[in-house]
Write a protein that binds this ligand. Structure first.
Ligand code: FMN
Ligand code: SF4
Length: 460
């Protein structure tokens, strides 16, 4: 796995026009020592300023910690980009109820692969962030809800938590501060919907994971009906560096509305896939430049900025700033920054069919538009891919996606509609080719274009 290796604390902004040398564009913080021996141990973490942010936080009043995180401008890395400090501020104080922090480590979105490597390589960044966050929101019990199939990560996390208890970062009287904190690691059974924060809470309580009706929001009635913050792994793991280095340092990266560093996960038909940690606002072109580009002899056809739920973009969008505003203005979403890159050998209908099969399989069945709609999308897509589609099916796909989007109970439905809308927007001609050619033009048996290595004219 590729990781960036610049020194901690020496990030630089991406420069307009791509003037800076490629390595200078990286800003490794969470990944700064992943390539060193045993990066996951407490000893290695301490050698890289580990737990210094916590010491600072414990000297501060909880409200001051919240204010600092709010002023830093840190936005949630779970997909929606909600300001982290503001979320913490919603937790009522003096209500006499237990407060909980739940870390969302379910990571199941196709293409998304940042939290699992982060936990595997640097689990103490999350644990330190958890203690800081719990001090801020006055919580004495935190949970990590981990995707259960990742057994090696589960073991490593258990080991790191045990190390933190022995060292006095967890348990009673953390570092002699008088603050007590228990941390429970919970392994989920592997359902995409359990990454949706309210379904996650139901699952954590021992029920079937299905989204809850809101309001009440988790900040008011979350886990066991008590005020709860649900945050992504990367969001919480980013907090210690902010405490240690300060909000101005954090704001020196990225933009006014999207400040800081983040993990970009480059995957697909690229020369060197992996985690690239850089400032928000970097572009895919810059990331490809520093990572060796697409695989030799091929060109970018389409890509997702943040997992399969975010509308796909094309090679026209290589210079879009990868931050919340930039990607939004280009008609997509930054999401989880899972940059899946597909070259000209990929059939877009096939890719969308596979994603839609995933959404149909993972639909929890609670609401009709998503449960029924994703099923029918799959039937139509399979027919089109197999050469049994009709031209009117393309509008039908659009209609069904329209009946799911914004009309479903949770955002899984919107996510399922995204690849349909965006692929029809950019690659309608390729769908039509499947209908008129009675099958996939990328199938070697159907067309000589693929066999000859020629690019199909698919860009509408
Ligand atoms: C179907 C679905 C799956 C999701 N999966 C995850 C996930 O695996 N990890 C995650 O952090 N957020 C996931 N989310 C978003 C969470 O609901 C929530 O917004 C997030 O955990 C909040 O953390 P943040 O504020 O730190 O970004 C998912 C949302 C939906 C609708
Ligand atoms: S949108 Fe899909 S996953 Fe979400 S509640 Fe409805 S059926 Fe379940």
């Amino acid at each position: 796995m590729t990781v960036s290796t610049e020194e901690f604390g020496s990030p630089s902004r991406p420069e307009a026009g791509g003037e800076a040398s490629p390595e200078k564009l990286l800003a490794p913080v969470l990944s700064s020592f992943w390539d060193q021996p045993d990066p996951w141990t407490l000893e290695t973490y301490r050698r890289h300023d580990g737990y210094l942010g916590l010491r600072k936080a414990l000297e501060m009043a909880p409200d001051d910690v919240i204010a600092l995180v709010k002023d830093s401008g840190l936005r949630g890395r779970g997909g929606a980009g909600f300001p982290t400090g503001m979320k913490w501020q919603f937790i009522p104080q003096g209500d006499g109820k237990p407060h909980y922090l739940v870390v969302n480590a379910d990571e199941s979105e196709p293409g998304t692969c940042k939290d699992i490597p982060l936990l595997f390589a640097n689990p103490h960044a999350l644990i330190e962030g958890i203690v800081i966050a719990c001090h801020a929101i006055r919580s004495h019990h935190a949970f990590i809800y981990l995707r259960g199939e990742t057994v090696p990560v589960l073991r490593r996390l258990h080991h790191a938590v045990a190390e933190a208890y022995v060292a006095g970062y967890l348990g009673e009287n953390v570092l002699g501060s008088g603050f007590d904190l228990e941390l429970t690691v919970h392994a989920g059974a592997g359902a995409y919907i359990c990454g949706e924060e309210t379904a996650l809470l139901d699952s954590l309580e021992g029920r079937r994971g299905q989204p809850r009706l809101r309001p009440p929001f988790p900040a008011v009635a979350g886990l066991y009906a008590c005020p709860t913050v649900v945050n992504n792994v990367e969001s919480i793991a980013s907090v210690p560096a902010i405490l240690h280095r300060g909000k101005d340092w954090f704001r020196s990266m990225g933009s006014e509305k999207s400040p800081g560093f983040t993990l970009y996960s480059l995957s697909g038909h690229v020369a060197r896939p992996g985690q690239y940690e850089g400032p928000l606002g970097i572009t895919l072109r810059q990331l490809l430049d520093m990572s060796g580009g697409m695989r030799p002899g091929h060109r970018l056809k389409f890509w997702t900025p943040g997992g399969s739920s975010t509308p796909m973009l094309t090679d026209e969008h290589l210079d879009v700033p990868l931050d919340y505003e930039g990607v939004g203005a280009a008609g997509s979403m930054l999401g989880t920054k899972a940059l899946q890159c597909f070259d000209e050998t990929t059939c877009v209908v096939r890719a969308v069919t596979r994603w839609t099969e995933f959404y149909a399989h993972e639909s929890c069945g609670k609401c009709t538009p998503c449960r029924e709609g994703t099923y029918w999308l799959v039937q139509l897509l399979r027919d089109i891919e197999a050469g049994k589609g009709r031209m009117e099916d393309l509008d039908k796909l659009n209609d069904i996606a329209d009946n799911i989007n914004g009309k479903s109970f949770c955002a899984l439905g919107d996510g399922a509609a995204s690849p349909i809308f965006s692929s029809l927007k950019y690659f309608r001609a390729e769908y039509e080719q499947h209908v008129t050619g009675r099958g996939c033009p990328f199938d070697p048996a159907k067309s000589t274009a693929w066999a000859d290595g020629k690019n199909l004219e698919v860009h509408a």
